[in-house]
Ligand binder design. Structure first.
Ligand code: AMP
Length: 131
């Protein structure tokens, strides 16, 4: 069965899109640790990060770097943190999280945003993205 992220790629589930290329997509995490928490995924559905072929792995890292640069311009923070977990969704995704404190990278800490706030945030990050 297609992962929830494949359904997002195919347009069957909505997302707050931040950036897209032929092979990768970035969108806001719907249950963010911190404002601006973004997920970067390969369009090819693979469960585990280290099972990606070398080219897609390197491409995902470079795409994530560009998204992180845009994110840091859009959301005031000390730096962008990155982590890969995948215990909930079996489709590779890089978490990019604007950090001000160590708590921001902890996956028990969540912030609440309205749909309007999500939309505005995605547009602001997107405006800084240089693909
Ligand atoms: P994990 O697989 O543990 O790395 O976590 C999966 C992440 O995906 C969580 O942070 C969720 O909040 C996020 N997530 C799950 N479904 C969606 C969705 N439909 N749109 C955006 N983010 C999602």
């Amino acid at each position: 069965m297609a992962s929830i992220f494949t359904k997002i790629i195919e347009g069957n589930i909505p997302c707050y899109k931040v950036a897209e290329s032929d092979d990768f997509l970035a969108f806001l995490d719907i249950n963010p640790n911190a404002k601006g928490h973004t997920l970067c995924i390969p369009k090819k559905e693979v469960n585990k990060l280290f099972d990606l072929d070398a080219e897609i792995y390197a491409g995902l890292m470079e795409f994530s770097r560009k998204v992180a640069v845009a994110l840091e311009k859009a959301v005031p923070c000390k730096r962008i943190g990155m982590s890969v977990i995948g215990l909930e969704v079996p489709h590779v995704h890089v978490h990019l999280i604007p950090l001000n404190t160590m708590e921001d990278i902890r996956f028990v800490q969540k912030v609440t945003l309205s749909p309007e706030e999500f939309k505005e945030l995605a547009e602001t990050i997107s405006s800084h993205f240089e693909g």
